[in-house]
Design a binder for this molecule. Sequence first.
Ligand SMILES: C[S@@+](CC[C@H](N)C(=O)[O-])C[C@H]1O[C@@H](n2cnc3c(N)ncnc32)[C@H](O)[C@@H]1O
Length: 270
Amino acid sequence: MASEVRYRKDLFKGTAEYYDRFRPPYPPALLDDLRSRVPLGGTARLLDLACGTGQITFALVADVGEVWAVDQEAESVRFGNAKANRLGVTNIHWLAASAEHVPLDGVFDLIAIGNAFHRLDRDAVTRRLVPHLARGGAVALLWGGTPWRGERRWQRALSDCLERWEREVGALDRVPPGWEQAMDEDPHEQVLRRAGLAYEGSFGFSVVERWSIESLIGFVYSTSFLNRAALGDGADAFERDLRGQLLACRPDGIFEQQLTFAYELARRPD
Ligand SMILES: C[S@@+](CC[C@H](N)C(=O)[O-])C[C@H]1O[C@@H](n2cnc3c(N)ncnc32)[C@H](O)[C@@H]1O
């Protein structure tokens, strides 16, 4: 059984606008690949669990009859709902609830969890989901890369600066210690298989991302661990520090990287 790590439930407070604006979207090639493996269509139902402001929901809403978009942080759900109203999209049901306790109705052709499975009680959630998968239906775990993972000089400067400020503002406890080790010891694949799903693989995609200082700061403010709530009064000083560190690496202010995305797919066995 998984020895799960536990996260606070309010870590994304104040991030919705930044998340919506500065998180690079899932690449079209990834979404097309997912569509090719999981047949959707006008009567299909999508459950987007831990939906945030709707990165998967908005990407796939035109492919299905309806979406249930669920997140435990009401602020993100309100943001997604307001965006849907602005865009005139009417087939999304937004729910503020935890993945562990949300009441689920009927079956879904696709259950997607983006950048969040590691935050959930994975065994409990997966066991709950299995009876809500339609025949041939699948669970997809989507993952997106982060700008500070990599060997470029600006990436190391960014990573060092983030770590220094996490320490400076006392935010180190926002990431539970040992979470990566816990995931390594009990990989998502194992959790999905344990619930009786047929694991079909992990499919990777990468895009060239060109960041500016503004978009890198925006990305940081979309995170759970060093957003504006975590930085408090330190936000302006953090921005000045980061700007200086980054420009020392790249005076042109352009920060390029190969950003990797992936999704893992597991299907209801029939
Ligand atoms: C990094 S964001 C991912 C947003 C979006 N799904 C994406 O693909 O980018 C993680 C989200 O998981 C949500 N979350 C974390 N634990 C949760 C839980 N137990 N139940 C529901 N939502 C949860 C957070 O509130 C946050 O919005």
